[in-house]
Write a protein that binds this ligand. Structure first.
Ligand code: MLT
Length: 404
């Protein structure tokens, strides 16, 4: 008789955004006359940039001709895209990353979930609290997190690094020593960031204790302040302790197109075993590459027109962020984020917990956000709004919340 992976049974509830989707769909079905504004999941709303569309059309036409048709992509991704990434995301920022340290994939969500596979199940993970749920859930599935305590909503073998108002939503170095440290800056869900000097402390710490930092840089395009690093490889010594994850979803609107990449420097080793080699083995065995047409679209993100168009798109969303931030502040809410990130993190008012506020907002303002407790126990009385809506909807949502 077959057996299942019982670790899956340990997972409490369903994936956060599926739960929210079900609740909102039930409300919409019961109230078909209401105009619901969705500022919950961080999904983009603006169309792909013209430079990306042109590249997609061109690549589709290439696939229609025998002489330019492409089949399986190279294991690590096409060189044209890896060269563009190395040049623009690293060399231009003074980071020493070569194209063959870049693994192209179909998005940062999969990579952030899959990366734990190359580490021992005995490794101890440290996560920010609140945290993007994929990091924890995928470690639960792998059997790395111990026992779940429903009261505190924590796992016995996970080191939680609380990110609260009193520390500007930035994690402190943990007291217990971790093996793997997940960091995401600009942060999802709080929208907070840390400076380059602060990130350097994490790199020094990881090198000192022999930990690996899994650094999720999905939101780096939203950085507006000077001293905030765009990549962990801006820090000295990061090549020996860090893996970086990137997405094309937030900077270029590829949530429905799917493209991302992971950087594993060749200096990152466990004894004399290279993590780059392990991930290359995994990638080659389990993955056949992002589609050619999508990789061409990714290349267009780095063209001069692409860069200019996407800068405008990011500015569009950040105008929304500004409107939410200022509007809610004016209305007396405690709000943060929204300056280097497309997320606004607010304290639920009147002693409500985050799911109570979710229901209250859905019913009274027909606005959907994300309850902070879905990201971890320190998010219990918080709530996240995304700036990825249309400008018109964002204004309407904020105005509705203000008039409650
Ligand atoms: C979020 O809302 O946290 C993100 O959109 C989820 C994701 O990028 O997978």
């Amino acid at each position: 008789m077959f057996k299942i992976n019982e670790n899956y049974l340990k997972l409490p509830g369903s994936y956060l955004f599926s739960t929210i989707g079900k609740k909102v769909n039930a409300y919409a079905a019961a109230h078909p006359d209401k105009k619901i504004i969705r500022l919950g999941i961080g999904d983009v709303t603006q169309p792909l940039a013209p430079a990306v569309i042109t590249a997609l059309h061109g690549a589709v036409d290439e696939m229609a001709r025998a002489e330019t048709f492409r089949g399986y992509a190279p294991d690590l991704g096409y060189e044209f895209l890896r060269n563009a990434i190395a040049e623009n995301d690293y060399k231009a920022r003074g980071c020493d990353i070569s194209p063959d340290e870049i693994f192209v994939s179909d998005g940062a969500k999969c990579d952030s979930g899959n990366i734990q596979e190359i580490f021992s199940v005995d490794n101890k993970i440290a996560v920010c609290d609140p945290v993007y749920p994929v990091y924890v859930d995928t470690n639960v599935m792998a059997g790395r997190t111990g026992v779940y305590d429903a009261g505190s909503e924590t796992w016995s073998d996970v080191i939680y690094m609380p990110c609260r108002l009193e520390n500007n939503f930035a994690p402190q170095l943990p007291k217990q020593t971790p093996d793997l440290i997940y960091l995401c800056f600009p942060n999802n869900p709080t929208g907070s960031t840390i400076t380059k000097a602060q990130l350097q402390e994490w790199v020094d710490y990881a090198n000192k204790v022999g930990a690996v930092i899994i650094y999720d840089a999905a939101y780096e395009a939203y950085i507006s302040e000077e001293d905030v690093p765009h990549s962990i490889f801006e820090c000295e010594g990061a090549r020996a302790c860090a893996i970086e994850l990137h997405s094309f979803s937030k900077n270029a609107g590829f949530t429905g197109v799917r493209l991302g990449y992971t950087v594993i420097p060749k200096d990152l080793k466990c004894g004399d075993v290279s993590l780059h080699a392990l991930w290359a083995r995994r990638h080659g065995t389990k993955y056949n590459g992002a589609p050619y047409i999508v990789q061409r679209a990714g290349e267009a993100v780095y063209s001069e027109e692409g860069k200019a168009q996407l800068k405008q798109q990011v500015a569009y969303y950040m105008k929304n962020a500004d409107y939410i931030l200022k509007g809610l502040k004016d209305a007396g809410y405690t709000v943060s984020g929204g300056i280097n990130a497309p997320y606004i993190w607010l304290k639920a008012p009147n002693g409500m917990n985050s799911w109570e506020f979710f229901d209250y907002l859905l019913e009274n303002a027909n606005v959907v956000g994300t309850p902070g407790s879905g990201f971890g126990p320190s998010g219990e009385t918080y709530f996240r709004l995304t700036a990825f809506g249309s400008y018109e909807n964002t204004i309407e949502a904020v105005d509705r919340i203000k008039s409650l």
